[in-house]
Structures are given as C-alpha cells and as structure tokens.
Design a protein around this ligand. Sequence first.
Ligand code: XMP
Length: 520
Amino acid sequence: MPSMPHSSSKDTDIIILDFGSQYSTLILRRLRSIGIAAKLLPHDTSLSTLRQAKGIILSGGPDSVYKKGAATLSVKVFDLGIPVLGICYGMQLMAQMLGGLVEKSDKREYGSSRISITHPKGIFHGLPKQFTVWMSHGDYVTKLPKGFIRSATTANSPDAAISHPAKKLFGIQFHPEVEHTQHGNDILKNFVIHICEYAPSQSISNLIDRKVQEIRNKVGNQHVICAVSGGVDSSVVAALIAKAIGDQLTCIFVNSGTLRKNEPKQALNLLKNLGLNITYIHAETQFLRALKGATFGETKRKIIGKEFIRVFEKSANAIKPKPIFLAQGTIHSDVVESARTDTGKKTHAIKSHHNVGGLPKRLNLTLLEPLRDLFKDEVRALGEALGMPESAVWRQPFPGPGLAIRVVGEVTKQKLDILREADAIVREEIENKKWQNKFFQYFAILLSEKTVGVTGDQRNYAYPIVVKAIISSDVMTYQWAPLPHKFLAHVSERITNEVHGVARVLYDITSKPPGTVEWE
Ligand code: XMP
C-alpha cells in the first residue's frame, strides 16, 4: 500500500516548484513512496510561502534558461538559508541566476548515462562511485557559479551535478525521480532527510478509507455511471466507487470496435466477477464511421473521446434515476501528458488522452475521477488492497482509444482485424513463455503504408507489423525489452504465416524518452 500525503501543516515542509516538466509530479510521488509529504507549487510562488519550507526542490522544465520569457523565480530564494535541490532545468536556472553559464549542448542527452561521483557527500552520501542515471536535456552548465563545486560528471555533461555545500544548494542534471535512475530515491532521501533534516511523517495506509470518504462526500445520494473497459484503471475506479456507494453505481462497457481479440467477452467476465452492475453497448459501427478519414493520432483520440461521451450521455438518459456523475479511471500520467498540471501551469502537451483532452467542452455529466492524483503502481496497489484478482490488477494497460492508435494512419475494419490477429500472436507467445509480468506492455502495431514482400512466386504489397515489449512500472519512462532473437524470429514467422495482409515484421528498439509507447 503506498503512503499518501496528508493534510496537516507539515505539508508545506518540502516544496517542489514546478517549472513545467513532465516529471514534476513524479518527484511528489517518489517522495510519497518514502513517506514524505511534499507540495507541488507553481514556480512563481511567493517568497513568504517559500520561507515556511524546510527544503525546496526546483523541477525540470521544457524551456531553456537563456530564452526570453523562460520560467524563473526570485533569486532571493537562494539566500533564504533553506536547502535547494535543482533538477535539470532547476539546476540550470540556479547556476545561471547565481552567476554561472548555461549553453546549448552539441550533444543532447536523452536516456541513460553513466555517472561518476566526484564529491561523495551531501546528496550522494553513501552511494556507489558510479551508477546509471536518466537524462533528458539539450542545455548544460558550462561555467559554475562562485562557491560551487562539481560533484558528479558524465561523458557528455562535465558538470552533471554541482553543489555549494556551505549554502546547501545542490544541482543535478539528471532526473532522480525517474525509475530508471539508480539510487534516485536515495538521492531524494539524502536531500530531504539529511540535508533538510526533515523527519518522514507517518505513512497513511488507509488510502481506501480516504478515497471512499471523498467519493461519498462528492456524490451524496446521486447516481453515477462509470465507463469500464476491463483495464486496470477503470476496474479499480469502479470497484472503489462500488465500495463507496454500492448500487448508486451503474457501469457501462462500450465495445468501440477497437478492442483486442476476444477482449469484450474476457473483460465482461472479469467485471461481472467483481460484482459490478454492467450495461454492455456494441457501438463498433458508430465509432468506425466517426473515425473515417482521420489519420492523425490526436484527431483520432478526440473523435473517440467524443463518441464515448455521446454513448455515455445517451445511456445516462436511459437510466433511472438519472445519473449526475460520470466516473472515469483517469490517472495522474493521463493528466500530465495532456498538459494540465495540478499547479495550474501548462506542461508541453504530449497527447490528449481520450478521457482528458478528448472531452467535449459542454458535458452534461459531472466528472468523478478519484484516481486522478495516483500513478499506475499506486493504482495497482489500491486494486490489490480492494481484493481484486491478480489477473485484473496486473493486466497490461491498454489505451482508451484502443487499437485506433495502434493503427498508424486511417483506421479501417480490415486493418483492425489484421492487427487483432497479429497482436493476439504477440501476446500468446509472451504469455506462453510466462513473461507477462516482466513487461509493462507487449503488443503489435500496424503501419498503413504497405510494403512489398514475396509469397510463393508473387510480389505482394501488404502491411508492416511492429512488435513491441517494454520494461517500466509507471510508464513515464520505459526501456525496450531485449527479447531473444530466436523468440522474435518465431513471432515474426507466425505473424507472416498466419495473418493475411502482413508482409513484414519489425521490432521497436526505442526507449522513452525519446519514444512513446503508442505509435498513434
Ligand atoms: P505513451 O504513448 O504516451 O503512453 O508513451 C503511455 C501510457 O499511456 C497509455 N496510453 C493511454 N491510455 N488513454 C489511456 O487510457 C489514452 O488515450 C492513452 N494513450 C496512451 C499507453 O498505452 C501507455 O501505457
């Protein structure tokens, strides 16, 4: 069970200033996992609020510190006598404001880098001399401000970490909050516990009680409909709401025509076994008609979001008493990636999740999203604590827009059918090997541009299929899975032999960043 922030005055003890990074909330989540309640506030928070803090963390951000209009803060923050840890953009800003120099790097660093610690004190206390960190930057510090020393280095960033020990100011170019950074939690712990001298507050294990209470307070005696897909997030949200309000909840399962092979049947069985009250709606024709001609991922997401809402509004009208709330399994990464942060500042939009950016402006139902502040691993912990079966909690995530964003380009029934078959082979082979718990997601993608192949003695133009398997726990970042060549060869043979309409099979060897899970 994850520890969660609580609402005592201690919440202001550690403040994270948000400069718009995709990972800002991940810092919050990492601190939460080690029992530290912190607060994420906008980068221009007043000095009077910051004075209350025991420690300040400056997040990363998409800007370059030397660009006009780049997000900034008062230079007086560094003279408050409060320890400051700048991460990526946060470090560059601190260095520049205190008289150092930040410049564009010839070699941008995205992904993993090996770091060597040159000053094994402060935030690096007790850590190995070398370890792997996750970088995502195009600028770097080229001249240190007065009083600062280099405390770590990588091949492309001579000053990968800097510090001013007397003033307790620290900067790191990499992201300790990202799961692929080794010792990331130790670095944050060193900063918060040893440098800020902040004692971790007791972790709150009764997350369920708190969520149940919040749902009851919000819903009262009104009725709720909940969009369920059989996926982890929507199943957890439905189980949680059912626990809170019982038969005031009706779940709606929409078959949009973009689901995987056998999925509607399997999902319905799972949801019924959770004791949920389900209405099934088959809307394949409606969705495929709406998607006709749409080739761009964002457009497809928005169309699907709109059609979902249309279906829900129609179903809500047929339910008595009329539901007032629409519950969704929106989780925190959906919100972050759709560029709406809880500090009210915009991060750069990565995509519109069908359940966030895809919603129409005028919605006749009020949204109920109790998982909005939680990450995937926390949602799974919640599901387990709610007594959901392991198969449901550890089911691999599947995006709301479904296979529509795994067909790159225009979506047709024919392409979906080809993809469904290829995807079923990928999943079956991984599961035959019992590797399903090793990978966060494993699936197939179909590219719309046909390429040539030879079958028998004939040239044959058909679709390429991309196979993908990734290692991650929260999917803010991931690494591609090094599947054995023999296994890949077998999967490729099966797909090209068994699925009509496929000419070749590729394997995706891009990690995130710079890649993303879905090809769209
Ligand atoms: P990306 O492609 O951004 O995906 O690396 C990160 C995770 O989010 C899933 N995903 C979605 N989930 N609605 C969802 O419920 C969506 O619109 C959506 N788009 C991507 C994706 O499968 C991965 O787990």
